[in-house]
Design a protein around this ligand. Structure first.
Ligand code: AHR
Length: 516
């Protein structure tokens, strides 16, 4: 049995806080300090990412006003309702790699006069720009979500980015504000989150960190705050374990010019991605092993940030994360369409727990991508829409939005395969504004239930309710024929005892408890 320190007020490196003791009792234990919470879990950790890629935008959100699929000004009603249900806090757009070849002026004005372009990154398909700035902002308004726009550094100019900000957010008389009015929108929009380029170490221009840092300072200077609108600018951060990129950007960009620094980290083996469905237990184990390594890498990035910014003024923004498997056989390789199983649900649950626990630095994160691409929450097919296991995790975990993180300390057993071991449980806890405590626990062990005792300190609990996501197989998934194969169910097996709350966590399951 291993004991794992889950939450600390002082940020420690993962290696320092990993295994700190042994528990021989065979029982898993979660100690929660209900009166020692200090940091709020920003709801923007539960953010999303939608790119002009495959069927994410076209067919996913956008069907056009003349479609027989129920829509509001061209945007699917079913998708909007599903995303509102999970309280989608922000939406990153238009890319990804697409952002650094997107020229926003091609996506405004009458749709039939908008120029077409080649989407060179994603399948070489024709992009007709029918979904542009006004459509995206309308989508955000329908969803009640905050836009997170990624500007073009790679193939754009400072002037182009600066004018986009003016077009969106300036309410007075100016060439761009007037153009916006000509295009049917009088009032300026509110846009806070603004990324200055995407993956500028790769598809966004293959820049060196020093060169990008200088470019960032230049572009960011001309992204102005107009009136009440205050931009929260995000610098394009590192790929996975590229700590030098983080080091250089933190050293060269002053905190006053950078609200956030991003990080992209996918759960994948780039050389052998493997199938999204029908995987072996070995492949399952390896995916979870990769996923559980990500918090270690995040902590290394945070350690570098702490060196330059001990007051934690700069947010870490993990604006692309999730599983990346082989595309489904027979689908366009450039569309990155993959199915979504119980394994994906566990990857989501673990990421969200780990982000929660680092909420003093991680203020925002965006799963890639919302609809029909990579670790999607929603699939659409013509007029049909379906929710994936990952969607259901976001739905259960929404109780953590803007809640107070509660420090917790987990002791648990291992999931073993072929002589390798992973801690079988992963958890986080928070207290909401009503004083209700929520505990989310993932049991990745496909063969063994875990007997967990929750030792809740500082409060007496009278009632425990819960929801569970599980299925007979780790490969279980939803499909258009069987959309409810993996859905949440009520969980009533938690018992309040003298020495804590006893919870039997079934093998391969996620449980979210509410303690009152
Ligand atoms: O999400 C797919 C792609 O992955 C994004 O466009 C890019 O930023 C990343 O490499």
């Amino acid at each position: 049995m291993k004991r794992i320190l889950l939450v600390s007020f002082v940020v420690m490196s993962y290696s320092a806080c990993h295994i700190i003791a042994q528990n021989e009792s065979g029982q898993a234990k979660l100690v929660i300090q209900s009166d020692l919470g200090k940091y709020t879990i920003c709801r923007h950790i539960y953010g999303h990412f939608s790119e002009h890629l495959g069927h994410c935008i076209y067919g996913g959100y956008w069907v056009g006003e003349n479609s027989s699929i129920p829509n509001t000004r061209g945007i699917r009603n079913d998708v909007v309702a599903a995303l509102k249900e999970i309280g989608i806090p922000n939406l990153r757009w238009p890319g990804g790699c697409f952002a650094d070849e997107y020229h926003w002026r091609d996506g405004i004005g009458p749709r039939d006069t908008r120029p077409k372009m080649i989407n060179t990154h994603w399948g070489g398909v024709t992009e007709d720009n029918s979904f542009g700035t006004h459509e995206f902002m309308d989508l955000c308004e329908q969803l009640g979500t905050e836009p997170y726009i990624c500007g073009n550094v790679g193939s754009g100019s400072v002037e182009e980015m600066s004018k986009w900000v003016e077009y969106l957010t300036f309410d007075g008389v100016s060439p761009m504000a007037d153009l916006r009015r000509e295009n049917g929108r009088d009032k300026a929009w509110k846009v806070q989150y603004w990324a200055v380029g995407n993956e500028n170490w790769g598809c966004g221009g293959h820049m060196t960190p020093d060169y990008y840092a200088d470019q960032y300072r230049r572009y960011a200077t001309f992204c102005r705050n107009y009136g009440e609108n205050k931009l929260l600018k995000v610098a394009g951060g590192a790929n996975s374990e590229d700590y030098n990129w983080t080091e250089v950007l933190m050293k060269r960009i002053p905190a006053w010019q950078m609200w956030g620094l991003s990080l992209h980290y996918y759960t994948t083996d780039w050389w052998n991605k493997g199938p999204a469905t029908g995987f072996s237990e070995k492949q399952y184990f390896e995916t979870l092993e990769r996923c559980l390594n990500i918090p270690k890498a995040i902590d290394k990035h945070i350690t570098i940030m702490d060196k330059y910014d001990p007051e934690k003024k700069v947010a870490l923004v993990v604006d692309e994360w999730g599983t990346w498997f082989n595309v489904e056989p027979g689908t366009n390789p450039g569309f990155l369409f993959q199915q979504n199983t119980l394994r994906d649900a566990f990857v989501a649950g673990i990421h969200l727990n780990e982000f929660n626990k680092r909420c003093d630095r991680v203020k925002m994160a965006n799963i890639a991508q919302t609809i029909n691409v990579l670790q999607a929450l929603i699939f659409t097919q013509d007029d049909k829409m379906m929710l994936t296991p990952t969607y259901h995790v976001f739905n259960l975990y929404k109780v953590h939005h803007d809640a107070l993180l509660l420090p917790s300390d987990l002791t648990c057993g291992d999931y073993e395969l072929d002589g390798k071991k992973l801690p079988e449980l992963n958890a986080s806890a928070s207290k909401d504004k009503n004083g209700f405590i929520h505990v989310s626990v993932v049991n990745i062990n496909p063969k063994k239930d875990a007997s967990l005792t929750i030792d809740l300190r500082g409060i007496a609990v009278k009632e425990v309710t819960g929801k569970i996501i599980t299925a007979p197989e780790i490969t279980a998934m939803n499909s258009f024929d069987s959309p409810d194969a993996v859905v949440p169910a009520d969980y009533n097996k938690a018992k309040i005892g003298k020495d804590g709350i006893k919870v039997q966590i079934p093998a391969k399951s996620i449980i979210v408890l509410e303690l009152k």
